[in-house]
Design a protein around this ligand. Sequence first.
Ligand SMILES: [Ca+2]
Ligand SMILES: [Ca+2]
Ligand SMILES: [Ca+2]
Length: 336
Amino acid sequence: MTPAPTVRALAAAPTCSNEGGTVNLNLSDTNGDSYLSQGESATYEFQNCEFRWWLGILSGKVTLQAVALSDANREIQYTFSSFTVKEEDNSTTLDGDLTLVSKAQPPYYEDTMKGGSLVGKEADDAITTLSNYVATYIERDDEDSISDAFDADKMDSTALGGSVGVKTSEPFKTIGENDYASSGNMTITGANSSSVKVTAESDGVHVNLAVDANGDGAVDQNFRMTWSALEEDCPIGTENSPPVISDTTQSSTNYSYDDLGRLIGATTTITISASDADNNPLTFSWSASNGSISGNTATATWQRVISVGQVASGVVTATVSDGQCGGTSTKELFLQ
Ligand SMILES: [Ca+2]
Ligand SMILES: [Ca+2]
Ligand SMILES: [Ca+2]
């Protein structure tokens, strides 16, 4: 069984790319190949170390236990001890365990993140604690679907202002190009057994919240809102539907040439079509990955970059807003 390249690289000859940073590796190299192999573990101890592709400056200790390392089944358990990642304006310290499992059996792909206890502490003192947690993400190419589930016996968070339990009874499933789940439900249980059951509606736009505020097992209030309003922390019950940008996009390009017939400019006109179920007036804004783009209606004009005598390809992002909470939709257009 060949270890995956990332794990090989992780174990081989660790050095920090910054001056003054240190890293020590303790590898249980039972097969003597100098790499982290299945069944082996590697412990890294960092001190102010900039390390390969990890962003930020690392300090503290992390142990990797390679449980499985095949392409079809990878499982690595990470154990953190005062493991700190410092980035420009933030730092996060992790303590506890996290196991990442990837299973690939095309057309079925499953990623799981789980552990017994994980504490994350941000520099601004926001602390999140997870106990007996499992997050699962399943992609099925055969039915063009993505399923998400999250369970935790306990999720403590200073941001939440308390402790809740989370149980997904039916994974949230998103089909095709849809942005949001059209089936699935989870129950979040808080203090005194109060709970809210979150159920995806089949339209893939709305979500139902069934609240049992006094914890007697009977629902006290039902709220219906859109996923986008829930995501954007809009007032509970916000039913505003975000604008829908249709798949029909029109674009055409005008080219300009110099006297020698060389391409020197290209202007692409792009028109999208958007509608709003609540008939809210829509506003449009545009951005592009290169060149310059202008427009504040459904039509934009993109001055394109010419590179080596050809028009460079790029991504244009259209943002449509209905001016209500939870009322912003975006669409990325890939243009050759
Ligand atoms: Ca080895
Ligand atoms: Ca009740
Ligand atoms: Ca709307």
